[in-house]
Write a protein of this length. Structure first.
Length: 88
């Protein structure tokens, strides 16, 4: 089991699964924040995007996972774009 560094919690997920779940959480938070147009919800969504991106950046680069990581980065970029459009 992997230890989550910032919380000290132990999870049964590997690094890639944690990244995937983090991106999914960010997507859901962005969707909710853009529907509510609540500044606090938008801030939390930005934090979720940042946390997911940090997980991606901290993951060991094996070369095998590059396509998966690129896709997760693309999803986060879409989240950022959606959030940015909602703020205008």
């Amino acid at each position: 089991m992997d230890q989550i560094n910032h919380t000290g919690l132990i999870s049964g997920m590997n690094d890639l699964e944690q990244i995937k779940m983090s991106v999914i959480a960010a997507q859901k938070m962005v969707g909710s924040a853009t529907m509510q147009l609540d500044p606090e919800a938008m801030e939390h969504a930005e934090n979720a995007i940042r946390d997911a991106r940090n997980l991606i950046n901290q993951s060991p680069k094996t070369g095998v996972d590059e396509q998966f990581l690129a896709k997760q980065n693309e999803l986060l970029q879409q989240c950022e774009h959606q959030l940015s459009e909602a703020k205008q």
